[in-house]
Design a protein around this ligand. Structure first.
Ligand SMILES: Nc1ncnc2c1ncn2[C@@H]1O[C@H](COP(=O)(O)OP(=O)(O)OP(=O)(O)O)[C@@H](O)[C@H]1O
Length: 270
């Protein structure tokens, strides 16, 4: 299987077990939704997979990575430098707040080209061309003009598209998206979710999508994993988990979570 295999992931912080043996498979070409009530460990799962858990955290378990070209039996066993290279090149992350991955004082063009030159060793000219292509790929209008602008000159939805462009710049194979549309208006959400789906299909990305919103889940996830108290209690095809949950907890969760299907994506896609 290409993608990520998370097995028995445990995170202990200050004597508390935040993750208690998370098992979840994130296959290439699919969106794996991670649902669960607040505090169940969704965000920590994404961060720990990337080696970005809070300082002092004790981590055990394995995260196997395979993109068909590179196989890493356990990302958690890599030295910090090697993990850092995996993060820049092969595994990317998108957060709720797109400004988290963008510098306010630098133009979008400078940020994208610096990133491409640093990670891929491209020349200035080649990096600029690729930066414009990337903005086109994520459907930012007028990419050439956009490259000259600064983050504060874009709307939230456009900024999230730009953050996604930065994330896919080095052609990663895994994308961890943590509440990527939570801060956006419902109509803008739909466009960003459609883009995520398109990138998953076209680039064969393995996407782990952390969200507390069932509307978002119904719109793009292939499978849904439900977390409770730091462990996955149910994982199955989206329609099954949402319509016919097997565990009482998943049933309760499905009934309690917000469900705001963004217009134009989703429910029809099964
Ligand atoms: N920096 C930290 N230090 C210690 N504990 C933390 C830290 N960040 C989060 N936690 C704890 O880890 C647990 C899991 O948090 P996490 O953010 O993964 O939950 P979540 O399911 O993503 O919830 P939410 O939907 O509210 O973001 C929570 O009990 C939280 O209090």
């Amino acid at each position: 299987m290409t993608g990520l295999e998370i097995r028995g992931l445990v995170l202990e912080l200050g004597g508390r077990r935040i993750l208690d043996g998370v098992d979840v498979t994130v296959p290439a070409g699919q969106v794996t939704g991670l649902a669960g009530e607040s505090g169940s460990g969704k965000t920590m799962t994404g961060l720990t997979v990337m080696g970005l858990q809070p300082a002092g955290g004790r981590v055990t378990g394995t995260v196997a990575y395979d993109d068909g070209e590179v196989q890493v039996p356990d990302l958690l066993a890599l030295r910090p430098g090697a993990l850092n290279r995996m993060r820049g090149r092969r595994i990317a992350m998108v957060f709720q707040d797109p400004t988290a991955s963008l510098q306010p004082m630098l133009s979008i063009g400078t940020q994208l080209t610096d990133h491409l030159r640093h990670h891929l060793g491209l020349s200035r000219g080649a990096a600029r061309t690729r930066a414009a292509e990337l903005l086109e790929r994520v459907r930012v209008p007028d990419p050439e003009a956009a490259l000259r602008r600064y983050p504060h000159q874009f709307s939230g939805g456009q900024l999230q598209r730009i953050a996604i462009a930065v994330a896919i710049a080095c052609e990663p194979k895994v994308l961890i998206a943590d509440e990527p549309t939570t801060a956006l208006d419902v109509t803008v959400q739909a466009g960003v979710l459609r883009l995520l789906r398109e990138l998953t299909d076209d680039l064969g990305l393995a996407v782990l999508l952390v969200t507390h919103d069932l509307g978002v889940m119904s719109a793009v996830a292939d499978t849904v994993a439900v977390m409770r108290h730091g462990a996955v209690v149910e994982h199955g095809p989206r329609y099954q988990v949402i319509r016919e949950p097997r565990t009482d907890y998943a049933k309760e969760l499905v009934e309690s979570l917000p469900h705001t299907p963004p217009p134009g994506v989703g429910e029809d896609r099964s």
